[in-house]
Design a protein around this ligand. Structure first.
Ligand code: F3S
Length: 106
């Protein structure tokens, strides 16, 4: 499966959603996740994300291991998002930040 990682927090550019051939993205207040049961591992979203937030699970940086569980769990409770939309208002500023995990709003 593919996994949305930390870089998405506060950004939600949603370019990933527009290209996805299935409906695997779910939207939270300041982050998106991929439903691993629906993702077909095509990988088109990886190159599409301007902040390189998405990884094939096998390429996920060790420091972001927790995001496997977060994607799995939050996809069950957050609503489906099926098209792209405006990024978050401060997306470009958030794109510059690192260590954003503590700001993830569930
Ligand atoms: Fe997030 Fe990147 Fe998609 S910022 S919403 S994973 S295009």
């Amino acid at each position: 499966t593919h996994v949305v990682g930390e870089a998405c927090i506060g950004c939600k550019y949603t370019d990933c959603v527009a290209l996805c051939p299935v409906e695997c993205f779910h939207e939270g207040p300041n982050f998106l996740v991929i439903n691993p049961d629906v993702c077909i591992d095509c990988g088109v979203c990886v190159a599409e994300c301007p902040v390189e937030a998405i990884f094939d699970e096998k390429d996920l940086p060790e420091a972001q291991r927790e995001y496997v569980e977060l994607n799995l769990r939050l996809a069950q409770s957050w609503p489906l998002i099926t098209g792209s939309k405006e990024p978050m208002p401060e997306a470009d500023a958030w794109a510059e930040k690192s260590s954003k995990r503590e700001y993830l709003v569930e």
